[in-house]
Design a protein around this ligand. Structure first.
Ligand SMILES: [Zn+2]
Length: 203
């Protein structure tokens, strides 16, 4: 059974004061996830440009000794894994350093400190920096799955900068592993099984 990507277009009709009260149609596109049926809405004119905020001032106020992930602190004050998981307590891949989340929300919960630099503007992230961080996260996941055979569900999560709820400016990602799925993992697993069963019936 091939995967098909479906979309639906809708038009909203109104008189536009910006165009001499002309009657216009504004399009919205709805795209469907073929696995879960969830939808996303695509808008073609948001009305105002998105201008990324500059956090340089906040970076100056929070970097160095005030930041647990900066070079002065990262190897001194971040927690360590038991030596059975990794000798020395932390996974290291160039600038990426993996250590336990002090305030976990899963059975296994690591933080990957991505860069030496305290504030990396979104356009400054390099492929190497991102690849190293994700490789380090994978290294941790592989060890956890080897170490704890009850654990089945894993995820790598990244929210960056204050609007995303990131509490520390210094680039970092979270790695979670648990016996229990999140809502998203549960939906994906259930829908993947039913997709597989339907495909088996057809082929
Ligand atoms: Zn920092």
């Amino acid at each position: 059974m091939p995967i098909s990507f479906r979309k639906h277009e809708e038009f909203f009709t109104f008189h536009d004061p910006m165009q001499d009260e002309k009657l216009i149609d504004r399009k919205t596109e709805i795209r469907f996830d073929p696995l879960t049926g969830e939808t996303s809405r695509i808008i073609f004119d948001p009305g105002a440009p998105f201008i990324p905020k500059d956090y340089s001032q906040l970076a100056k106020e929070t970097e160095g000794v005030k930041c647990p992930f900066c070079a002065e602190n990262v190897s001194k004050i971040t927690p360590r894994f038991p030596d059975e998981l990794v000798e020395g307590g932390r996974f290291i891949a160039r600038e990426a350093i993996v250590f336990p989340n002090l305030f976990p929300y899963s059975k296994h919960n690591a933080v990957v400190r991505m860069s030496n630099q305290h504030y990396v503007k979104p356009e400054e992230f390099t492929e190497e920096l991102i690849a190293d961080s994700f490789k380090a996260a994978h290294q941790y996941i592989e060890k956890v799955l080897e170490f704890d055979n009850q654990t089945e569900y894993v995820s790598i999560n990244w929210n960056y900068l204050p609007p995303s709820g990131g509490s520390i400016l210094h680039p970092h990602i979270q790695v979670l592993a648990s016996e229990q799925p999140t809502n998203y993992q549960s939906a994906i697993t259930t829908n993947s099984h039913s997709f597989y069963e339907k495909r088996e019936k057809i082929t």
